[in-house]
Design a protein around this ligand. Structure first.
Ligand SMILES: Cc1cc2nc3c(=O)[nH]c(=O)nc-3n(C[C@H](O)[C@H](O)[C@H](O)COP(=O)(O)OP(=O)(O)OC[C@H]3O[C@@H](n4cnc5c(N)ncnc54)[C@H](O)[C@@H]3O)c2cc1C
Ligand SMILES: NC(=O)c1ccc[n+]([C@@H]2O[C@H](COP(=O)([O-])OP(=O)(O)OC[C@H]3O[C@@H](n4cnc5c(N)ncnc54)[C@H](OP(=O)(O)O)[C@@H]3O)[C@@H](O)[C@H]2O)c1
Ligand SMILES: *[C@@H]1O[C@H](CO)[C@@H](O)[C@H](O)[C@H]1NC(C)=O
Ligand SMILES: *[C@@H]1O[C@H](CO)[C@@H](O)[C@H](O)[C@H]1NC(C)=O
Ligand SMILES: *[C@@H]1O[C@H](CO)[C@@H](O)[C@H](O)[C@H]1NC(C)=O
Ligand SMILES: *[C@@H]1O[C@H](CO)[C@@H](O)[C@H](O)[C@H]1NC(C)=O
Ligand SMILES: *[C@@H]1O[C@H](CO)[C@@H](O)[C@H](O)[C@H]1NC(C)=O
Length: 549
């Protein structure tokens, strides 16, 4: 866990407005004293954005505004990122986890190329190919946001004032798609610039970026792309492969690229068990509707948001809900909140040690024996939902991952080569500043912050290991400083009312969390902490995407 997580967790609400003490104290004005001497090898003109979620959409809008030729790729057929609800579910996760995370296709020797597939080719259905390609999202029908609308909102397309603070997934999906439409980035939009009516469309949906490689000779990035199209009338799938070159790439592929299931002894055997067509053991990414759980006995594995929210959703239907919880490594405020949200009557049990081999795979797991680490055997379970989280995936080459690496500048630029930038921080709030900053740097309208210089503590770049308010102030100051020097718009910090609203929301949601029911599974630390249960700095909550929102 990076240092900033620990610091954020311990940082308390009530110091929100004073400037927090960080490790190294410089007077504020000197933050940008050493402008980077970094020179891009050539002017940046063509930029690729990977991912049309809230982050990639904002970056694309700002890059277009700065007159770049932009291409936006997403494997999904529409914009929205994580927030595209579908009845379709992702293809079944591997048991155990694949080492490399997601499945990547073998890249054809000859590119460009086109191939047609019919039902059953290579033993795969068309439906499987399609779902594998776009990866239906892990959102369920009754999902609500666990972040309030003030910190889950994109610019330009405000929510209706009467929309509840807690958003249902349909509202947030429409919101993200409205943002895409507003900026002419929806799947059937095309608005070529007046100066170049024959410009290619900005967006390419159903297009998976399979590889991102630097061509050191031309100093360009070569993206290997694969697009699938369902040809309904001929009942085929068309697959197209091609490459495109870019001067710079913004990676906004989201951190939830592939699932994680723990490698518990016996899990591979149990993962084969079915009742009819329904697997008895599956990852929470497949969860959609609660009605199917009527009369069922369900074991949910995990102690975070998916675990407790799914348990809550099925609780009016399920006959029995058991939750296997391991004491959290790090007891963040939001983790405590998640624990407190298991529905009444949930039986909390310790971690699973092993699954006893099943006699058959055709009649489910009800007779199977689950050994818990305290020696107890659990039986009579109908379905197991692994709400055990997600992992990032590599985008080839393996040193580029979909999750932001440690060696990025606070602006999101990759230290090793700032023609790559990653989405950093909470995209709904910090994202708008980052998108603008990335566009400015690549347009030559803002300097890069100093690049890392190993061994010299003084020039080490200020990283994300900062407190919430700090990073907003730096962003605003840096952007406006650059606009003053090089021309461009000025920006304002988030309105203070948002902080007030967030503070209020946090108090209502976090301070009322009841976690006393969890004492007997080694979580006594949770209830011990209850006495000093504090809300985090709301600025920090505005910044940190990873922190369980
Ligand atoms: C179940 C669930 C519930 C959540 N609830 C909340 C919540 O309540 N509040 C909150 O703030 N956040 C929540 N989140 C976090 C969510 O990720 C963010 O809200 C937000 O969607 C992040 O935006 P993004 O643009 O960074 O990434 P995403 O929305 O994940 O978008 C990334 C996009 O990149 C695309 N992509 C990935 N790899 C490739 C590739 N190789 N080629 C082409 N395209 C690619 C994906 O198809 C996707 O569309 C939740 C996440 C999950 C999984
Ligand atoms: N809006 C919503 O209501 C909503 C709903 C779902 C998800 N989300 C968001 O989506 C993101 C992912 O959430 P998530 O809950 O799916 O994943 P997560 O936060 O990564 O949690 C995974 C859980 O599985 C546990 N786990 C992992 N391996 C385990 C093992 N071997 N045995 C027992 N437990 C194990 C983890 O425990 P450790 O902590 O000990 O590793 C953790 O409790 C979060 O940002 C969350 O806020 C939001
Ligand atoms: C983009 O180009 C237009 C037309 O040439 C120009 O007016 C505008 O200032 C440019 N925008 C930026 C941010 O450079
Ligand atoms: C759970 O039980 C408590 C105390 O009995 C009660 O106040 C609360 O409403 C119940 N919650 C649900 C979701 O049923
Ligand atoms: C193990 O945990 C279960 C569920 O919490 C509990 O019922 C049981 O008594 C525990 N067994 C031992 C030996 O502690
Ligand atoms: C990334 O990995 C490739 C091959 O594995 C290697 O050639 C390249 O130098 C690496 N790039 C960086 C910046 O580390
Ligand atoms: C908290 O949970 C415990 C155990 O389930 C219960 O006895 C208690 O009444 C709850 N407290 C509140 C304030 O709901």
């Amino acid at each position: 866990m990076p240092l900033h997580k620990v610091l954020l967790t311990e940082f308390l609400l009530f110091t929100a407005i004073s400037v927090p003490v960080s490790g190294q104290q410089h007077p504020f004005q000197t933050a940008f004293k050493s402008e980077s001497t970094f020179q891009f090898h050539q002017p940046i003109k063509h930029v690729a954005v990977v991912g049309a979620g809230p982050s990639g959409l904002q970056a694309t809008a700002r890059l277009i505004e700065h007159n770049f030729t932009v291409r936006l790729f997403d494997r999904a057929p529409h914009p929205g990122g994580n927030w595209q609800y579908s009845e379709e579910t992702a293809v079944r996760e591997p048991y155990p986890d694949k080492p490399a995370g997601d499945y990547y296709a073998e890249i054809p020797a000859q590119i460009p190329t086109r191939r047609y597939y019919k039902e059953g080719d290579d033993g795969l259905t068309l439906d499987y190919r399609w779902r594998e390609h776009w990866r239906p999202r892990p959102v369920w029908y009754n999902l609500f946001t666990n972040s309030p609308k003030v910190s889950t909102e994109l610019p330009d397309v405000p929510y209706d004032p009467d929309v509840s603070w807690v958003l249902d997934r349909a509202t947030i999906q429409r919101h993200v798609r409205s943002y895409a439409s507003h900026h002419c980035l929806n799947s059937n939009d095309h608005c070529p610039p007046k100066t170049n009516p024959s410009a290619p469309p900005v967006t390419s949906y159903s297009t998976r970026v399979e590889r991102v490689e630097k061509d050191e000779e031309s100093h360009t990035w070569v993206l290997t792309l694969r697009r699938l199209e369902r040809l309904r009338e001929s009942d085929r799938i068309l697959e197209e492969w091609w490459t495109e070159r870019f001067d710079a790439v913004f990676l906004a592929a989201g951190p939830w690229a592939s699932t994680h299931v723990p490698d518990i002894p016996g899990i591979v055997d149990w993962s084969k068990a079915k009742v009819g067509e329904q697997y008895s053991v599956y990852h929470s990414q497949t969860y959609r509707h609660p009605e199917r759980y009527a009369g069922k006995r369900v074991l949910v594995v995990g102690a975070s948001v998916s675990a407790s929210e799914i348990a809550r959703d099925i609780s009016p239907y399920a006959e029995r809900i058991v939750a296997s919880v391991r004491p959290p490594k790090e007891l963040t405020v939001r983790r405590k909140l998640a624990l407190s949200r298991f529905p009444n009557g949930t039986e909390i049990v310790p971690e699973i040690a092993s699954f006893e081999p099943l006699k058959a795979h055709t009649n489910g797991i009800r007779d199977g024996k689950i050994h818990l680490i305290n020696g107890t055997v659990l039986q009579g379970i109908d379905e197991i939902i692994f709400a055990t989280g997600y992992r990032s995936s590599p985008l080839y080459p393996h040193n580029l991952t979909t999750r932001t690496p440690q060696d990025t500048l606070w602006t999101g630029h990759w230290v090793q080569d700032p023609t790559i930038a990653y989405s950093v921080g909470r995209t709904w709030t910090l994202g708008r500043y980052q998108a603008y900053g990335i566009a400015k740097v690549w347009a030559g309208k803002a300097p890069l912050p100093p690049l890392d210089n190993p061994g010299d503590g003084e020039t080490k770049p200020p990283s994300m290991e900062w407190f919430g308010e700090d990073i907003f102030r730096r962003y605003v100051t840096w952007l406006n400083d650059a606009s003053l020097k090089y021309g461009d718009r000025f920006v304002e910090p988030p309105p203070i009312e948002n902080l007030e609203a967030l503070k209020y929301y946090s108090v209502v949601h976090f301070l009322t969390a009841n976690v006393t029911a969890l004492e007997d599974i080694g979580l006594s630390s949770v209830s011990m902490l209850l006495g000093e249960f504090k809300v985090q700095d709301p600025w920090a909550a505005l910044v940190d995407e990873d922190d369980d929102w």
